[in-house]
Every structure is written in structure tokens, then in C-alpha cells.
Design a protein around this ligand. Sequence first.
Ligand SMILES: NC(=O)C1=CN([C@@H]2O[C@H](COP(=O)(O)OP(=O)(O)OC[C@H]3O[C@@H](n4cnc5c(N)ncnc54)[C@H](OP(=O)(O)O)[C@@H]3O)[C@@H](O)[C@H]2O)C=CC1
Ligand SMILES: CC(C)(CO)C(=O)C(=O)O
Length: 368
Amino acid sequence: MEAVDVVGAGAIGVTVGYALLAGGVPVRFVEKDAHKVAAGNRHGVRLGTEPPRPAEFLLFDRWQPRPDRWVILCTKCYDNPVVLERLNPRIPLLPIQNGLDPALEAFPHSYAGIAAFVAQAQQEEPAARITRRGPLYVGRRHGPEGDGPSRGNGPDHGNGIRRGDGSDRGESAAALVTALRRSGHLHVRWKDDIRPIQAAKLWYNAAIAPLATLAGVDNAALLEHPALRRLFIALLRENYRILCQAGVRLGWLGPLPPPLVARVLRCRPLVALLAPFFARSLRGTYCSMSGDLTRGRTEVDAYTGALLHLARQAGVPAPLNTVLYELLQQAAACRLRPHPVLVEPLLSLLSQKGGHAVPHPLRSVPNA
Ligand SMILES: NC(=O)C1=CN([C@@H]2O[C@H](COP(=O)(O)OP(=O)(O)OC[C@H]3O[C@@H](n4cnc5c(N)ncnc54)[C@H](OP(=O)(O)O)[C@@H]3O)[C@@H](O)[C@H]2O)C=CC1
Ligand SMILES: CC(C)(CO)C(=O)C(=O)O
């Protein structure tokens, strides 16, 4: 198939780009970081302990996207506006990002991906490693009742993707998915409507990322430390209330369907029983936001900000998210070093609601 442009050679861009190369698709990486561009052109791109693969690297400033090439957008959401400025609706776009970014939502595009694996990038090198395996979901942004692309009246491509969107994008999207599957590096699941998966990822992510980032802990600590776990579960419950009352459909992401997850979250003994099982698989994995606090910018607007927007629209109280949003904005503005005490105001809020005081348990959380 035609070459594709992967914009952002970080954790997700490198992982997906490497898989495409392995699946036989020529990839051009577009990067802002000149060191990465130079290193990539010299040594190629690396995924874990796999051998490096040669690829073309181009500086973002010199990039001119073309209508015959897919753009796979793998930057953080806060970098979207500068990238979108270069695009037009004729250029096929596949963002693989977390959260709901208003700038991206307003930009016409028919497909999106959601990474349910965790990856970590290397600084100044186009290299990444997968720290927790999981599927890459790819799909259309409109369901059977939507704009027609997935009404199911076109022929199946043999991989679950149907033609029939009035353009040839269905076939080239199918070719992308086929190449990614062929690579053997990623487990790719096709979704006729990706939006419920995006919403479910937002549900979990808007609890994991801001807490782990502020506290400076790995993802497992949110389940292992009792005070952090209490916060994490309370936030997951608030996020669920917001999404449900705002009428957002949640997809099945992970081992349990959303209503069952919500029931488990209401039952403390069950959470305590299941937590070690989930914590084990998250140990040593860091959320993608974790390095962003000290750089002064995070994706909080696309996570907590998006939830607060939905909460306002639906008239749902969102006390934890309101405080969390402020905490993250302030911490990023001051480039604070992450520390468990940064989430203490949330714990106080929870104690007030529950009517019983919590001492200062967070000082004992080992800080990463
Ligand atoms: N890492 C993970 O495990 C997961 C990440 N995600 C989501 O995927 C998205 C990407 O995250 P991740 O890969 O971790 O992020 P990274 O920070 O690792 O990678 C983003 C890359 O994009 C570069 N970049 C920034 N602006 C531009 C630009 N204008 N043109 C080209 N490149 C640019 C960055 O350079 P620089 O560093 O110099 O700014 C960086 O190298 C996010 O939305 C994240 O939430 C989703 C699931 C899991
Ligand atoms: C691992 C996880 C779920 C944490 O928020 C993630 O998606 C990320 O790091 O971007």
C-alpha cells in the first residue's frame, strides 16, 4: 500500500510505525525533535529488543501532508492545533490518542484508534518498548445509525471492515489494519464504531493519568496503596456517573463489561479482592502523562476538562474532577515535581463527603 505519515515519533508513534514497517507499509515519521529525526535517519526505528528498521524521518517544519497518504496522528492532544493547521479534510487522518480534544473533534475525520497497550518512549531516540500488552482498537467514528460508513451494506474485506462509505478510504483503512495484524507486533481489533471504546478509555484514563501523574507513582500504586486506591475508585465512580448521565455509550474495554465494572466499584471488599490481580499487570508501567508535569503541559483538558464539560452539560456534580482539574493545572503551571502529597486536597474532599477524617497516609507512599 501507499506510504503513511506517522506524526510524533514517541511511544505510540514508534510502536505503531514499527508495526506498519514490519507489516510491509513504507512509513515516514514526522517529528518536531531534530535529534530524533537525525537519529532515525541514521539508525532507523526500534521497538523493544527487535532489530532496528530503516525508515524516513522528516522535521515537522518541512512536512507537507498529501491527500494520498494516511496521517497517523500520535502526538499529545495539546500539540493537535499546530498539526491540524497543516491538514485539510481530503487527507485521511487516523488519530491514536487518549481523551477528547475539542480541536480534533471539530476536524472532519472518519477513523480513530485507541491504544489499550502501554508503551514508553526513549528520549532523543526513535525507540519505544511496550510495557503492558493490550489491543489497538481501530474503527470508524460513526456507528450503524451514523453517517452511513458502517451500515454494513458493502462487501466485507475479510477482516470485519466493510466498504460502503462512498469513498475509497474503507479499502485503505482495511489495508492498514491488515498490515498491522500481519506484523505480529500488535493485536488489532476493528470496531464499526470506535466512539464507545474512546469513551471507556476516557472513563479509566481520566482517573489513572491525573492521579498517577500528580502523585508521581506507577499505575499499580493506584491499586496497591489504600489511600490512593480510595481516591482512584471514587474518581472512577464519578467519571462513570458523568458519562452515563451525559448519555455517552461506553464500550467494553478490558475483561469486564462497563455495567459490571460499575457494580464492582461499588463493592469495597470485591475491589480489595481484585486489586492485586490488576495491580500485578500494571507494576512498573507509567502513564503517558507522567513526564508532562515538569514540562508545564498535560493532556488534562482532553481528559478531566472533557469530563467537566459533559458534567456541566448534563447538570451532574463533579466535585472530584473539579478539584483535580485545578490541581493539575496549578502543578503544571508551577512545573511541580510530582509527589503523593499533591493529591491530598482530593483526599480531604473525600473525607468531608464521607464524614470521617483521614490522617496523612500519603506521606508513606513511595514516590517514583
Ligand atoms: N504511551 C502510552 O502508553 C499511551 C499513550 N496514549 C496516548 O497516545 C498519544 C501519544 O502519546 P505518547 O506516544 O505516549 O506521547 P510521546 O510524548 O511519547 O510522543 C509524542 C511525540 O510527538 C512529538 N511531537 C510533538 N509535537 C509534534 C509535532 N508538531 N509534529 C511532530 N511531532 C510532534 C513529541 O516531541 P516532543 O517530545 O519534542 O514534544 C513526541 O516525540 C497521547 O494522546 C497519549 O495519551 C494512549 C494509550 C497509551
Ligand atoms: C496507561 C494508561 C491507561 C494510563 O493512563 C494510558 O493510556 C496512558 O498512559 O496514556
